[in-house]
Design a protein around this ligand. Structure first.
Ligand code: HEC
Ligand code: HEC
Length: 231
């Protein structure tokens, strides 16, 4: 069994557990109709103690390159954790961290972090950021750049970055960006571009979005998202 089929077998097993179906024609997890994720918030809080070192007891990461997880949708969190558990990406710090967690643990932890309120942005990268850079980030976020084929981020992440407005069922797992860390945002956008960790149909969406971004655009978006105020 090669590495890829091992990953897919793992995912198929996880999918059976969740009751979701795997579209045979895709090499990524079909995620357009995410199933509800249920678990115990109280149990998740206990199980997440080791995670708090890097993601913060309130879900707000203390370091710019670690993601904040407070208030992200439980479907998003759960599936990220399943992907880490099933992946063979030895370079991700997360893969060994969830190796011993059961699927039930991951559900509990996901509903726990999802139950925490989003934490307001508090930029960790050094001030000041050039006004022109912030303006570029704001403009890309709110309006996109049609010439470069970049859609407005707010269309899917919300004007304030708190997730899609009136989320439709197929958007239930789309993450908020409000309060997210700048360095982490830049790292993720670079990964979407390079095709690293494209595991689901949701990742495919972002792969397309990120395609037209220049390195300066990524820096501008990271700076803006870290200060997201919806204005
Ligand atoms: C040593 C620091 C560290 C610890 C401990 C840690 N994480 Fe992470 N976590 C990270 C980093 C760094 C990333 C981004 C890396 C990546 O995506 O490969 C991440 C990514 C994540 C993500 C994806 C976030 C997003 O916005 O997509 C989730 C969810 C997550 N971790 C949950 C957990 C849980 C649950 C635990 C405990 C079982 C945990 N983490 C423990 C550092 C840590
Ligand atoms: C068409 C909808 C759509 C648009 C437009 C869009 N996104 Fe996304 N974005 C998503 C989805 C869906 C995901 C979840 C991907 C995954 O599962 O990892 C995501 C994930 C992300 C993440 C990772 C979040 C995390 O917690 O790890 C970042 C960062 C991000 N988007 C930034 C942006 C930026 C910046 C823009 C504008 C240039 C943008 N997005 C435009 C749908 C969209």
């Amino acid at each position: 069994m090669n590495a890829r089929s091992f990953v897919l077998t793992g995912m198929a097993a996880a999918l059976l557990l969740s009751g979701t179906t795997l579209a045979a024609s895709l090499d990524v997890v079909e995620f357009r109709r995410p199933m509800p994720v249920t678990g115990s918030i109280a149990a998740g809080k206990e199980k997440a103690q080791v995670c708090n070192n890097c993601h913060g007891a309130n879900g707000k990461a203390p370091v710019a390159m670690f993601p904040s997880v407070a208030g992200l949708p439980e479907q998003y969190l759960y599936w990220k954790l399943v992907e880490f558990k099933n992946s063979l990406r030895s370079d991700s710090i997360m893969t060994p961290l969830v190796a011993n967690n059961t699927i039930e643990d991951l559900r509990d932890i996901a509903v726990f972090y999802a139950s925490l309120p989003l934490v307001a942005p508090s930029p960790l990268t050094p001030e000041p950021v050039d006004a022109a850079i912030l303006d570029r980030g704001r403009s890309l976020y709110l309006h996109g750049d049609p010439a470069q084929g970049v859609p407005p981020c707010q269309g899917c992440h919300g004007v304030e970055g708190k997730g899609p407005t009136n989320a439709q069922p197929f958007q239930m797992a789309w993450p908020a960006l409000y309060g997210q860390q700048g360095e982490y945002v830049a790292w993720r956008l670079t990964n979407f571009q390079s095709g690293y960790a494209i595991d689901t149909t949701m990742d495919k969406i972002m792969q397309g979005v990120a395609r037209g971004l220049e390195p300066d655009d990524i820096a501008a978006l990271a700076a803006y998202v870290e200060r997201l105020d919806g204005r």
